[in-house]
Design a protein around this ligand. Structure first.
Ligand SMILES: [Zn+2]
Length: 369
C-alpha cells in the first residue's frame, strides 16, 4: 500500500541508469481504456530516446496485459537494469505524465498522500456513531457504536387522557433528548478512542441536524481542529455516495490549503524571513537544509547543475562545487532534483497546478527557522 514509508523508500531509490516514471489518469468516467492506452503509447514515444527499451516494454506489458483497469489513477516506476518495479493503482485520478530520471518521480504521489492519506468520516445520529477510516479513498477500518434507542414520540398518541396526557408528552420528549445527548457523549468517547488508536490526519463529520451540530459542539479542541468539513446525510445514504462526497470535501479543503500555503510563502519571502521564492534562492535554502515545505508548479522544469560528490544543486552554470570541490554536471530538471532532496531531508513537497502568485518564480519554500 502506498503510504509515507513507501514514499520514503521511493525517495531513497536511485540507479545508475534512468528510471521510467509513468502517471496515467484512467478515470473510466471520462475516457475508455483504449483511449488511455493510446495516450500512454504517445507519452512513451516522447521519451523513447532517454528511457531504456526494457522499461518502455515493461510498462506497455503491464498496461496491456496485467492491469485490470480498476481505480482512477495508476503510477508505475520501472528500472529493469536495477530490477526495480513498482506499480500503484489509486482510487484518485492523477494527471498523466512520463518522466525519465535517475530517481523515481515521486512528487505527485507525495501531494496525493498529503491530501488523501488517512482521514476519517464520522457519521453521527442521536443514537450512535459510525466511523470509517479511509486511506486514499479506500475504507481501511470501520467502527460502529449504537447507544440507547431514541423513540420518536407520536403526536396525539392514545385517547385515555387526563392529567397524564397533559404532562406526559413534554417529559417523555425531555427524557428522549437526554438519552440522545448521552448517546452523543458516548459516541464522542468512541471517536476519541478511535482517534488515539488510528491517528487519522483529518476528520469529516456527517449526519442530520440537530445531532450533527450538537456533536460538533462537544468535540474537544484537538478534534475540532481536525475537522475539515461536514456533510448532511440521509440515514440510508449508501457507502459509495458517502465516499465520493467525502472525497469532494477533501478536494475543496486541499484547494484552500494550497492557496493559503502559496500566500504564506510569498508573504514570508517578501518579508525576507522564513520564506524564499525563485529557483536560485530555493536551491540555496535547500543546501542549508532549511526547507520545511517546498512548493513547485507542476509544469515548472528547468535545467540545472549538480555536484557529483555532495549533491549540491544550483541553477547557475558551475563546474567545480563551491562546497566540496567535486565536479558538477548538468541535469535536465533542477526542480525535480530539489523535490527529491527535500523529501530525503524529511521536508514536505507541494506540487501545484497553477497559481498566479507563483507563476513567474515557479518554485519557492517555507523555511525552518
Ligand atoms: Zn559538492
Amino acid at each position: 500500500m502506498l503510504d509515507e514509508t513507501e514514499l520514503r523508500e521511493l525517495a531513497r531509490f536511485q540507479a545508475q541508469t534512468p528510471i521510467l516514471s509513468v502517471y496515467l489518469d484512467v478515470d473510466p468516467t471520462r475516457h475508455t481504456s483504449e483511449e488511455y492506452l493510446l495516450s500512454l503509447r504517445n507519452m512513451l514515444k516522447s521519451v523513447a530516446e532517454e528511457a531504456a527499451k526494457e522499461d518502455i516494454e515493461a510498462v506497455q506489458r503491464y498496461f496491456e496485459h496485467e492491469y485490470d483497469w480498476s481505480g482512477r489513477g495508476v503510477v508505475v516506476f520501472s528500472c529493469a537494469s536495477s530490477d526495480f518495479w513498482r506499480n500503484y493503482v489509486l482510487p484518485i485520478p492523477v494527471p498523466s505524465g512520463v518522466t525519465v530520471a535517475r530517481r523515481p518521480y515521486i512528487s505527485p504521489l507525495a501531494a496525493l498522500l498529503n491530501a488523501y492519506g488517512r482521514y476519517a468520516v464520522a457519521a453521527v445520529n442521536q443514537e450512535g456513531i459510525r466511523i470509517v477510516l479511509y486511506h486514499l479513498g479506500e475504507p481501511v477500518h470501520e467502527e460502529t457504536f449504537v447507544g440507547e434507542e431514541v423513540r420518536k414520540l407520536k403526536r396525539g398518541r392514545g385517547s385515555s387522557g387526563g392529567a397524564e396526557r397533559r404532562g406526559g408528552a413534554p417529559s417523555a420528549s425531555r427524557h428522549m433528548e437526554e438519552v440522545a445527548m448521552r448517546n452523543l457523549r458516548q459516541s464522542l468517547q468512541v471517536l476519541e478512542r478511535f482517534w488515539r488508536q488510528y491517528n487519522p490526519r483529518r476528520l469529516i463529520l456527517a449526519g442530520a441536524e440537530p445531532a450533527l451540530s450538537h456533536f460538533q459542539g462537544l468535540l474537544p479542541k484537538a478534534l475540532q481542529e481536525a475537522v475539515i468539513g461536514t456533510m448532511g446525510v440521509d440515514p440510508d445514504e449508501n457507502e459509495v455516495d458517502f465516499r465520493d462526497r467525502a472525497l469532494q470535501v477533501l478536494r475543496g479543503a486541499e484547494e484552500e490549503r494550497k492557496a493559503a500555503l502559496v500566500e504564506a510563502v510569498v508573504t514570508a519571502a517578501a518579508k525576507g524571513k522564513d520564506g524564499v521564492v525563485g529557483l536560485d534562492e530555493t536551491l540555496a535554502a535547500l543546501q542549508e537544509k532549511r526547507i520545511r515545505t517546498l512548493i513547485v508548479l507542476r509544469d515548472f522544469h528547468t535545467p540545472g547543475y549538480r555536484c557529483q560528490s555532495c549533491g549540491y544543486l544550483t541553477a547557475v552554470e558551475t563546474e567545480i562545487c563551491p562546497f566540496c570541490g567535486g565536479a558538477c554536471v548538468g541535469i535536465p530538471d533542477a526542480a525535480e532534483a530539489a523535490v527529491t532532496r527535500v523529501i530525503e531531508d524529511g521536508g514536505e513537497v507541494e506540487v501545484l497546478e497553477n497559481h498566479p502568485l507563483l507563476e513567474r518564480a515557479g518554485i519557492g519554500a517555507l523555511l525552518r527557522y
